[in-house]
Design a protein. Structure first.
Length: 576
């Protein structure tokens, strides 16, 4: 371990407000009560935040990894201060009312980290996250606070093995659909569920967690290679300890998140999402991260990058491989290197190493003995694995994941449902026709409230063998594990009298993922007439945190954010 010996003057750091001068003697007495020495009290305080809990395997290893971070901080003359925040794990919350908590948790995570850092005047932040919303929540907090920060992913789960075939939790969700139509026995389903998730870690394919982890390296806020190592690998502790050391360098150099997360860095992040066939949720979280930096970067900006980016990573759910496979052939830097070489990345963006993207990738050599990643000049498909859509059904945009799909156009009659449960019930009973466009509405950020994901429904369709025979659109979201012609983030949402809320059964919907269009065959006159007769609906929440979220949340187009962001900021926490 390289131990840094430079002593940092605390008089320019936030923690001086709780440790320096005679008037802070009462504050220092608390630190002595916790066993700190005089030297430790007068060193920089580094918040080590983790989303550890016992809700799911995504988070279960984070406490252990946080201890490695603390060792790195302490070895470099910093004083680590560990704390935890919440996580709502989508795999557990999926398919029922609990999913309304998921997106709300992203902002609660960000807010709780901000409050802890502000209240205790910590000087820097190392954040560890595992499940879907905890990753953007942690990154948003870093950008909001703008103190030197490093992000650490908890790592992916190892693939399971079902009778000699590698499997993930996606296979279990789809097996529910198979069982519902008699294509899988209950005994086989029970065997599959017991072997699909064999270790700690987040879902192993390029679902939302791994997509956001890939973003953390591409955007420059995580150390190279750190996001790829699976959770069970002891190598994770080395990355954590190194992050603890590097955070002290960032304090010394005063390199902050907003120096790193620039417009170009956000474009790099969107590029790796498209190239890796990542989750559509990135189209929601990247604008939210940008918002914390005061950068205008909405779903259309994301979609423009998706349109010009080649799809080169053969990763599940559209492809063959999982995160472990990518890491073992060269990791995220291998993906980024070929994109950089072909001109798809901005190489001059600063990262937490203190070097640029190009400098970080300078010695990365192409691995010709693998087929997980294709060269960017010889892609799987010439356009990205995720596509933005727009039209009279989605004036403020929508998004679809096309990685692994062969059909990119679909036209059919609408079959409308005003909740996910109603649609799932109809799918379970096979009360739909081949060629239908299933519409799930009033599931947006405000109307849900909470913008639920629809994996249970889409997985059931695939399990029934109908995944490519129907389409599904919603003002809610889709899991990164979703596959098929499934369009989410339709905006404006139904609760805001968006066109999706005006649809009726039988209306003909046209989807074109080549041209990026989403339309309903209705005239402007007819849509205006229906709008005059539209009435708002009450949600099932009259109080509590989900009600509170619904009062302030904005459009999915801008990331479903709940406050004015850096553009409304009067002063930065980092400069108190």
């Amino acid at each position: 371990m390289n131990v840094r010996t430079t002593i940092i003057d605390k008089m320019r750091l936030p923690s001086r407000h709780v440790t320096e001068g005679p008037h802070r003697a009462p504050h220092r007495s608390y630190y002595y009560a916790m066993g700190l020495t005089r030297e430790q009290i007068h060193q920089p305080f580094v918040g080590v935040a983790s989303c550890w809990n016992e809700a799911a395997p995504c988070n279960i290893s984070l406490m252990r990894q946080a201890q490695a971070v603390k060792k790195g901080v302490a070895a470099s003359n910093g004083t680590p201060r560990e704390f935890c925040t919440i996580t709502v794990t989508d795999g557990i919350a999926m398919g029922h009312e609990g999913m309304k908590s998921s997106l709300v948790s992203r902002d609660v995570i960000t807010d709780s980290i901000e409050l802890t850092m502000r209240g205790h005047c910590y000087d820097a932040l190392v954040g560890l996250a595992g499940c879907d919303k905890s990753l953007p929540g942690m990154m948003m907090a870093m950008c909001r606070l703008n103190v030197p920060s490093i992000f650490i992913y908890g790592g992916s789960i190892l693939p399971g093995n079902f009778r000699g075939r590698p499997v993930t939790v996606q296979d279990v969700f789809e097996a529910v659909g198979k069982h519902s139509v008699g294509d899988m026995s209950l005994e086989d389903l029970e065997e599959l569920e017991q072997v699909a998730c064999p270790s700690a870690g987040s879902c192993g394919a390029q679902f939302t967690a791994n997509t956001m982890a890939t973003i953390s390296e591409a955007i420059g806020i995580a150390l190279p290679y750190s996001a790829g190592a699976p959770a069970p690998y002891e190598l994770r502790d080395q990355f954590c300890a190194l992050s603890g050391e590097k955070i002290m360098e960032l304090i010394s150099l005063n390199i902050r998140p907003r120096d790193i997360v620039t417009r170009k860095a956000l474009e790099n992040a969107a590029t790796v999402v498209a190239a890796s066939g990542g989750s559509t949720n990135a189209g929601l979280h990247l604008p939210a991260i940008a918002h914390e930096c005061g950068i205008e970067f909405d779903i259309f900006d994301v979609a423009e990058i998706f349109k010009r980016t080649p799809y080169i990573a053969d990763l599940k759910p559209g492809g063959r491989y999982v995160a472990k496979d990518l890491f073992e052939v060269g990791g995220i830097p291998l993906l980024m290197k070929t994109l950089l070489d072909e001109g798809y990345l901005h190489g001059d963006c600063l990262t937490v190493t203190g070097r640029t993207i190009a400098e970080n990738l300078e010695n990365v050599a192409w691995n010709p003995d693998q087929d997980v990643i294709r060269p960017a000049g010889n892609p799987i498909t010439p356009t990205g694995g995720v596509v933005g859509l727009r039209g009279n059904l989605a004036p403020d945009g929508a998004i679809v994941k096309v990685a692994g799909m062969s059909t990119l156009k679909f036209t059919g009659p609408a079959r409308c449902f005003d909740s996910e449960e109603a649609c799932f019930e109809a799918v379970s009973r096979r009360e739909y026709q081949e060629g239908d466009v299933l519409v799930i509405r009033y599931e947006g950020p405000k109307g849900g409230p909470g913008m639920r994901e629809m994996l249970s429904t889409t997985a059931a369709l695939y399990g029934q063998g109908m995944g490519d025979k129907v389409a599904l659109i919603t003002d809610g979201r889709f899991s990164g594990a979703t596959r098929g012609f499934c369009i989410g983030h339709v905006a404006p949402e139904a609760a805001e009298c968006g066109p999706i809320g005006l649809l009726r059964d039988g209306d003909i919907i046209e989807i074109d993922a080549i041209e990026g269009k989403l339309n309903v065959k209705l005239s402007d006159v007819e849509l205006e007439e229906r709008k005059r007769n539209w009435k708002p609906r009450e949600t099932g929440f009259g109080s509590g945190v989900i009600w509170k979220f619904a009062q302030t949340v904005g459009s999915a187009r801008y990331g479903a954010v709940t406050h004015p962001g850096a553009r409304g900021e009067k002063s930065s926490y980092a400069d108190i």
